[in-house]
Design a protein around this ligand. Structure first.
Ligand code: SF4
Length: 305
């Protein structure tokens, strides 16, 4: 992370190519032009790219946050939400982003990652799990001098266009073997989602813990049921689906499958369901995939600096 090594930095660079265009060009020319074309194939992809790129930072950077994507009212009980300020986390992220005092996109993202990804997430997870395993862990790349050096490095030496860790790779070119320099980054996340499928005691522990969580009246019981349901339908194949197939001339709002779906949630019939691009040309449009993908990303996507 310190030297610009996370793939999300390159992703945001690609979005910035569009968001940095003059606003009149985007809003008066490009967006109306693409809206008149049917949302299929490349045009569909271009529309989704433009819609995503048009989100302001740091909201765009935080877009894949599970709570943002599902909405707090989907996850938490009304009673809990009445006692907190649901908008406060986004306001804090915004404040940290602005307070970074950095001009470049990469340094602003790094400021957020220091505070949230490292301090609140990666380091507590690694330190605590290492402690539980009796392993002493150290972070040489987070030594004060290394951090200070990284902070002084010109933004273009961290992220050069979409090229990650530009300086780091150049500096160590004659020191590390070429295959190490060329290798893509590996996260350190646990494949928890896969273990849930293959290890019954772990699944029981997780599901029982989630069941206990219901009693605390913080997370909605229906949401927990959806969460475990999303896991179960990944594992089991649906044999038959009851119900009446809607007429093409009278399709229900939101997900067209909603009237027949046993996993239907309120948002299935009130929102446009996002389209997810899987490997190859496979696409899926279902909030359960949204949920399962977000949970899997949360479990498996952790990456250390
Ligand atoms: S979006 Fe998914 S969960 Fe919701 S109704 Fe459609 S198929 Fe069911």
């Amino acid at each position: 992370m310190m030297f610009g090594g996370n793939s999300r930095y390159a992703t945001q660079y690609f979005y910035s190519l569009y968001s940095d265009l003059p606003q009149p060009l985007r809003q008066a020319v490009l967006e109306p032009a693409i809206r008149i074309l049917p949302e299929v194939g490349l045009v569909g992809k271009a529309r989704r790219y433009m819609a995503h790129a048009s989100m302001p930072m740091p909201a765009r950077y935080d877009h894949y946050n599970l709570l943002q994507r599902l909405g707090p009212e989907t996850v938490f009980t009304g009673e809990f939400l009445a006692g907190v300020s649901p908008a406060a986390p986004a306001a804090q992220v915004e404040q940290a982003y602005r307070a970074s005092n950095a001009d470049s996109l990469i340094n602003r993202m790094l400021a957020l990652d220091f505070k949230y990804t490292l301090a609140d997430n990666d380091l507590p997870k690694v330190v605590r799990s290492s402690e539980l395993a009796g392993v002493d862990v150290r972070f040489p790349l987070l030594h004060d001098e290394v951090v200070a050096f990284s902070a002084r490095l010109a933004p273009g030496l961290k992220l050069r266009g979409p090229r990650l860790r530009y300086f780091f790779k150049k500096a160590l070119r004659d020191f590390l073997p070429p295959e190490i320099i060329a290798k893509t980054k590996h996260g350190f996340g646990l494949p928890f989602g896969r273990w849930l499928h293959s290890h019954e005691p772990l699944r029981r522990l997780a599901f029982e813990s989630l069941s206990d969580l219901k009693k605390r009246d913080i997370v909605r019981g229906e949401f927990i049921d959806q969460l475990t349901g999303a896991h179960v339908i990944q594992k089991e194949r649906l044999e038959t689906i009851e119900g009446v197939v809607p007429r093409p001339t009278d399709l229900p709002p939101g997900c067209h499958f909603a009237p027949r779906c046993q996993h239907r949630m309120p948002r299935c019939t009130t929102e446009e369901i996002p389209l997810y691009q899987l490997e190859g040309s496979v696409e899926v449009r279902c909030v359960l995939y949204d949920l399962a993908a977000a949970v899997a990303a949360d479990h498996e996507g952790a990456a250390l600096p």
